[in-house]
Design a protein around this ligand. Structure first.
Ligand code: CA
Length: 219
């Protein structure tokens, strides 16, 4: 259950998604035009498809219609342009399993991919993550230090989630940027350091360790 077809003509997005999925143990295949995308989708060789709407050759809606008829069991996650509500509604009416608006964070896409690939008998993903006194309630998107609830922004919560999920491992700034901020970031930006500072202030100074020259780690 790990073969993923990515039909996306924007190379920057497809390579970002493919790289991320590969790092998570999936086997991604990238196709950049609609006609080939539909051919691949109908082979039955894939467990899930990530589908762009605006594509050369054949658009995502036409692909979705055919897939719905010929491969109704194939889960599809549609990528739509930002704020394109009409696209989204049509996609859902066309039978897409799910959709994401661009730009999106890789972590969000990954969560949806995992959800769609999970068979009904498998346990739901964990709802709580903790490190020391800090606990994240992922279902309600809340953070606690001991019994006290702490207000975190969506971005802060995602950063804390990624760090705690990978506890014991050093994560580089680039890894954190791509997992928390997505592909629309400036690689030279110090936003990761700034947000780690926010987390320390809100969740405790010793939650995140700086590993000089490498990145950050939660123990
Ligand atoms: Ca496109």
């Amino acid at each position: 259950m790990n073969r993923i077809l990515i039909v996306e003509d924007e190379e920057r997005i497809s390579s970002f998604v493919a790289k991320g999925l590969k790092a998570e143990g999936f086997t991604p295949t990238v196709v950049a035009d609609g006609v080939t995308g539909l051919d691949y989708a109908l082979t039955g060789e894939f467990d899930l498809m990530v589908l762009d709407i605006g594509l050369p050759g054949m658009d995502g809606f036409a692909i979705l219609e055919r897939v719905k008829v010929d491969r109704p069991a194939l889960p599809v996650i549609v990528l739509t342009a930002r704020d394109s509500v009409t696209d989204t509604i049509s996609a859902l009416e066309g039978g897409a399993a799910d959709y994401m608006s661009k730009p999106f964070r890789f972590g969000e896409l990954l969560a949806r991919v995992r959800l769609r690939l999970r068979s009904p008998g498998e346990p739901a993903p964990e709802e709580d993550l903790s490190a020391g006194e800090v606990r994240l309630d992922l279902r309600r998107r809340r953070a606690y230090v001991g019994q006290r609830e702490v207000e975190l922004s969506a971005r802060e919560l995602t950063l804390a989630e990624v760090l705690i999920r990978n506890r014991g491992l050093v994560l580089s700034r680039e890894q954190l940027l791509s997992q928390v901020w997505g592909y629309d970031f400036d690689p030279g930006s110090n936003v990761v350091d700034v947000y780690v500072g926010y987390l320390r202030k809100k969740l405790g100074a010793d939650l995140v360790t700086t590993v000089r020259g490498l990145g950050y780690r939660v123990d």
